[in-house]
Design a protein around this ligand. Sequence first.
Ligand code: SF4
Length: 270
Amino acid sequence: MTKPKPEIAGNAPAPKKLTGKPVAKGVKRAKPRWKSPYAEAEIEEIFRRFAVQRPEPKGELEHVNAFTLLVAVVLSAQATDAGVNKATRALFAVADTPAKMAALGEARIAEYIRTIGLWRAKAKNVALLSEALLRDHNGEVPDTREALVALPGVGRKTANVVLNSAFGQLTMAVDTHLFRLGNRLKFAPGKTPEEVEDKLVRVIPEHYLRHAHHWLILHGRYVCKARKPECPACVIADLCKADEKTTDIPAPLVPIEVLDPVQAEIAADR
Ligand code: SF4
């Protein structure tokens, strides 16, 4: 099987390698054009600690294949992962392929997802995107951003999640958590998600890009929360340059084996 090619912006030489880990051949990135308050070694250390905490981070949207991941991400706009999972368990049990979903039809899809915000528009989009996959892609989820964003209800963020999680591409899906962290920590400030995405891809060491999206989402969801960051529980408190920071003492760096499911539901509903 052919490995998916990394998706990286820019043409300048790759950044200096800071650890003994190999940098993938043929991947070139432009250096940041702005003056970051972090030294390269500090960014390297931040992501090294995230990697120790969660060596194999996973998204929290339940899915069984690239198609159900795509549908789950489309449904997750302005909804919690926990809320989407509650609805999709029954939906995906009867429709886990574009053919089955298209056969189910908009009205019956709507019955399964009524508990999710914007369910009418989302049911329509899921039916239409299933038909488009059958018509234009032989019932397969395409592995390019261009083809994904041409599907009904699929924007850049959704495409980036699918490219990263289903196809292993080095994309950065900027949701509310990544947008907040990029600006709050000042390592990827920007006024738009695209600006933050562009800086994250440039500043994060290449060997951490595969999982960086999930690490940042989970850090933002459970520790560096929107209203009140929990700095005493933060493993990068000594490195963080956020104005809101309340301590310089990092929390003990230990792997997070299994997140308490009750806490996860509570946090996801916030
Ligand atoms: S120290 Fe506080 S503000 Fe900085 S990343 Fe950690 S939780 Fe967020």
